[in-house]
Structures are given as structure tokens and as C-alpha cells.
Design a protein around this ligand. Structure first.
Ligand code: ZN
Length: 270
């Protein structure tokens, strides 16, 4: 599943090819993905110039004077800018036709992605109520500490709560808690301010590193034959249940927390 670093890498890969370019039409090969595709993609977007390609949480926004196309890659979606005559492949559901004989092509085998519309000056309901971006100044240990007081839910669930901070999925929550030495099962309200400062720092460092590494795969976004551009992670604990802890060598435990598999070291994480 694309996590925040893949979505940011996608944004960085697409932006130079889309910014300033006019959309001349939209070809929808089906009416819905996860939800019905917004009517405005056909009625408002054509004729508009893309002013910016932004990311909010794991959503991408193509801003125009008439509003913004709002995209989510879901479980399996990918976007590519291609020559307009590139043959279709299975699951190529949407083309936004661009001036200069190009298309922005949305492929999504499992159809958990979406293509919606945000009118100018409005915030789409899916984006309302989201917490701060993890790489922004609004996210820090003090915020985690303040919001967590009195909460008995496991700190891992708290960290993955999108109203607390956006874009920290299962992989990065597990990795950041390991880096900060905090057990994923510890009640959120019983983590100190100092340890939350370490956790926030770990979240920033790990996400930034993943985004930097993603930069090496950017060419895939404009290659018709390229892989979707997701990248191998350097992971310490995620997906490594039963293997030795990279820090102390003891066997990593796997526990289900909030219906998600969580791997952690009972010795290094308290
Ligand atoms: Zn350990």
C-alpha cells in the first residue's frame, strides 16, 4: 500500500510534468473507483491549467482555477505521465488528457483509490479534521504529549490516529516506536513528554529518509514500462516478527494491536 513517502515521491515525480500544463479532456473508462468519480472531472477540469500539485496526508491535489482534483492511490493505485498514444494496460481506469500529447494515467487494480473534486476555497470533507503533517512544524512531541493525556489506548493506535498526525501508517508507526524505544502496547497517556519528543523526532527522521530514498525512483513515474515507483524500505522491525532484534539480538515479538500486526522488541521497547 502506498504510504506517505510513496505519495510524496509520486507528487515530486509528477509536479514538473503537470505544473503549468492545461488539461484538455478526461477519459473515464469506468464510473467509479472506491467511490463514484466526481462529475467535475469531466465538466469543470477540461480547459483548466494545473497551477500546483499538492499533497495533504495521503491525498494528492491538482489545483486549478476551477477547483482541485483530489486523488487517493488507495491500496494499489499508481499515476504516470505518458505519451498520449501509449497503449492501455489492464486497470488503466482514467486518463486526464494534457496539452502536448500527454496523459496523466490512473491505474488501480484493486480500486480502493478515488478521484474526487474540491471546489475553490473549500476543504473536502475527507480532508477536514485531519491533524498536522508529520514533517511540518505543527507536529512535535509537545503535541503528542498534550493530546495523549488520559488516553488508555495503545500508543501505536494513538500515533496512527489521523486527527493526531496524518500519514503515519502501520510500517512507520512500528519503526518509529522501535527507534524511540517505546512499547507499542503502552497506554498513550502513560508516555512521558521526553519520550514523546524522541518519538516525534523518530517519525520525522524515518519519513524524511524514506522520501529521500524515493527520489531515486522518480524516473519510473514517466516510464511506460517502469514499476510503480514504490521502494524497498530499510526496516528494523516491520515484517520481521520472529527474527532477531537488530539492536539486542533477542527475538522480535509479533502482536495484533487494533487489528494490525505489530512487531516489536520486548527488551528494547518499554
Ligand atoms: Zn531489542
Amino acid at each position: 500500500m502506498p504510504e506517505l513517502p510513496e505519495v510524496e515521491t509520486t507528487r515530486r515525480g509528477l509536479a514538473p510534468h503537470l505544473t503549468g500544463r492545461k488539461v484538455i479532456g478526461a477519459t473515464l473508462r469506468r464510473a467509479d473507483l472506491r467511490w463514484p468519480i466526481a462529475r467535475e472531472v469531466e465538466t469543470r477540469l477540461p480547459g483548466q491549467r494545473i497551477e500546483a500539485v499538492r499533497r495533504r496526508a495521503k491525498y494528492l491535489l491538482l489545483d486549478t482555477g476551477a477547483g482541485s482534483a483530489l486523488l487517493h492511490l488507495g491500496m494499489s493505485g499508481s499515476l504516470r505521465v505518458l505519451p498520449a498514444d501509449t497503449p492501455l494496460r489492464a486497470h488503466d481506469h482514467v486518463d486526464l488528457r494534457l496539452e502536448g500529447e500527454r496523459v496523466l494515467r490512473f491505474n488501480d487494480p484493486r480500486r480502493f483509490g478515488c478521484l474526487l473534486w474540491q471546489p475553490p476555497g473549500e476543504v473536502h470533507p475527507l480532508l477536514a479534521g485531519l491533524g498536522p503533517e508529520p514533517l511540518s512544524d505543527a507536529f512535535d512531541g509537545d503535541r503528542l504529549f498534550a493530546l495523549s493525556r488520559g488516553r488508555s489506548a495503545p500508543v501505536k493506535n494513538f500515533l496512527m490516529d489521523q486527527s493526531v498526525v496524518v500519514g503515519v501508517g502501520n510500517i512507520y508507526a512500528a519503526e518509529a516506536l522501535f527507534a524511540a524505544g517505546i512499547s507499542p502496547l503502552r497506554p498513550a497517556g502513560r508516555v512521558s513528554r521526553e519520550r514523546y519528543a524522541r518519538l516525534a523526532e523518530a517519525v520525522r527522521r524515518i519519513l524524511s529518509h524514506a522520501i529521500t530514498r524515493g527520489g531515486t525512483t522518480l524516473r519510473d513515474f514517466i516510464s511506460p514500462d517502469g514499476a510503480p515507483g514504490y521502494f524497498e524500505q530499510e526496516l528494523s522491525v516491520y515484517g520481521r516478527g520472529g527474527l532477531p532484534c537488530p539492536r539486542c539480538g533477542r527475538t522480535l515479538r509479533q502482536t495484533v494491536i487494533g487489528q494490525r500486526a505489530s512487531v516489536w522488541c520486548a527488551s528494547c521497547q518499554r
